[in-house]
Ligand binder design. Structure first.
Ligand code: NAG
Ligand code: NAG
Ligand code: NAG
Ligand code: NAG
Ligand code: NAG
Ligand code: NAG
Length: 401
């Protein structure tokens, strides 16, 4: 079955664009990680374009053999970072409930969104101590609020085995773009390129500009704007004469991907959320794979440059608390014993199958983000951990064995 068929069957709906998405605009903002004046809708099914006659693509990727040996960063204990960030973060107690089983994880530290900057080295370091027990790769969302340096300093101080995909958030403000470009290149100069696996210029820029279309005049205008910035950043990056080649791409909703976009980037990071597909958890992992495959991987295969494809956000939210269960169509958020089954069904299945499939994915996400309460619904509650870094109960991290 195709992703659209799964969705249609499960929702009893006659495929796409019947207005259901609009009914939920109260809770559907997420992911751009930056406040916006207008509410965003998650359109990727609503406007899904049927991609006909596509040659099957193959997910290029290394089969991830993630075993969860009682993790342990890169081994280095107390590397005793230098730097102004506040010294060593290397001595920390490992939590044996955690397993290094996720290919990657989305990370947006608290205080990373202007004008509410305020991310602190000590807090970011605590986050990294936890996240490094779950994964070896982090995806960031912007280079505002000194985030790139804070994260790289934390990795250095803790001595954990992690690489990072930093990002520049793109909107209509060129000053902010330039500022982030400077801050990001400063951080790379200071901490070195070894820690960096790729850089995303833009997160959901196309979705914010054009909904989920993949062609047309507005699409082309937005793509030109975005690709100009990708090119500008790449020129700067190349000019740094780094010893390591760092690919440059963008992150966006899976629904906005096109061959034209593919040809402007070295990689695409696709956000695909079964929750917003309104699917029961039992269908979620399969649907996510199908959606990514049909709308992204197979499209990338048509581009001459064959960009690398990441699934950049997928996960399953919990509810605010045990008395307020949240649902969206057939999707139920997990929190109580009963509801957490939904979480486990989606997340465990996805993580273990994707590891076996060789999908390069970033789980969304490590920690709850209270600042997203303004967007309502499940927005603040996607974390494995609550905002105070408590592993949510009764969630258990899969071992995939
Ligand atoms: C660090 O993590 C990578 C995967 O991201 C893995 O291939 C490598 O073996 C790890 N290194 C150590 C020293 O554990
Ligand atoms: C950014 O963070 C780094 C690492 O902690 C620190 O060395 C630097 O002083 C910070 N810069 C600013 C402007 O806060
Ligand atoms: C970020 O860039 C701005 C201007 O481009 C600069 O004033 C500021 O010091 C930079 N901050 C860091 C942390 O590098
Ligand atoms: C950036 O420049 C390098 C070197 O020319 C090139 O290999 C890479 O494809 C470029 N990336 C983008 C997104 O243009
Ligand atoms: C893994 O791949 C198979 C097809 O080979 C697919 O049916 C399954 O849904 C995939 N699962 C994930 C989570 O990628
Ligand atoms: C549970 O969460 C809902 C939604 O955020 C809120 O209205 C309600 O007051 C909360 N209840 C408790 C007991 O915290």
């Amino acid at each position: 079955m195709t992703a659209d068929e799964i969705w249609a069957q499960e929702s009893g709906s006659n495929l796409i664009n019947n207005g259901r998405k609009e009914q939920y605009d109260g809770g559907a903002y997420y992911g751009s990680e930056q406040p916006k004046s207008s509410k965003k809708k998650w359109w990727w099914i609503g406007g899904a374009i049927l991609l006909a006659a596509i040659i099957a693509g193959v997910v290029a990727g290394v089969v991830v053999s993630q075993n969860n040996k009682k993790n342990n960063g890169s081994g280095s204990s107390g590397s005793g970072g230098s730097g102004s960030g506040g010294g060593s973060g290397g001595d920390f107690t490992k939590d044996d409930r955690l397993h290094k089983v996720f290919w990657g994880m989305a990370y947006d530290p608290e205080g990373a969104v202007p004008p509410m900057c305020g991310a602190k080295q000590s807090e970011v370091t605590k986050d990294i101590q936890i996240l490094s027990q779950l994964t070896t790769r982090l995806r960031l969302y912007s280079a505002n609020c000194n985030v790139t340096a804070l994260v790289m300093q934390a990795i250095k101080d803790t001595g954990v085995n992690m690489t990072v995909y930093p990002a520049i958030y793109v909107n209509q403000d060129d000053t902010i773009f330039t500022y982030q470009m400077n801050n990001l290149t400063d951080a790379i100069s200071k901490y070195g390129a070894d820690m960096v696996d790729g850089i995303a210029v833009g997160n959901e820029y196309m979705l914010n500009q054009v909904g989920s279309s993949t062609s047309g005049a507005a699409y082309n205008t937005a793509l030109k704007y975005l690709s100009d910035r990708i090119e500008r950043f790449n020129t700067t990056l190349q000019g740094m004469g780094l010893s390591k080649h760092i690919p440059v791409g963008t992150g966006d909703a899976g629904s906005v991907f096109s061959v034209a976009l593919a040809e402007k980037i070295d990689f695409f990071m696709s956000n695909v959320h079964p929750w917003f597909g309104e699917l029961p958890a039992a269908q979620a992992a399969k649907w996510t794979w199908s959606y990514f495959d049909e709308h992204n991987v197979q499209v990338a295969a048509q581009a001459t440059n064959k960009p690398n494809m990441y699934l950049a956000e997928t996960g399953w939210p919990t509810s605010a608390n045990e008395t307020k269960f949240m649902t969206l169509g057939g999707a139920q958020a997990g929190m109580s014993d009963l509801q957490s089954e939904q979480w486990h069904t989606c997340s465990n299945t996805y993580v273990c199958e994707a590891n076996a499939n060789g999908t390069e994915y970033f789980y969304f996400e490590g920690f709850d983000q209270p600042w997203k309460e303004q967007y309502g619904g499940v927005e603040p509650y996607w974390g494995l951990f609550d905002k105070d870094r408590n592993l949510k109960q009764p969630l258990t991290i899969p071992t995939c064995q």
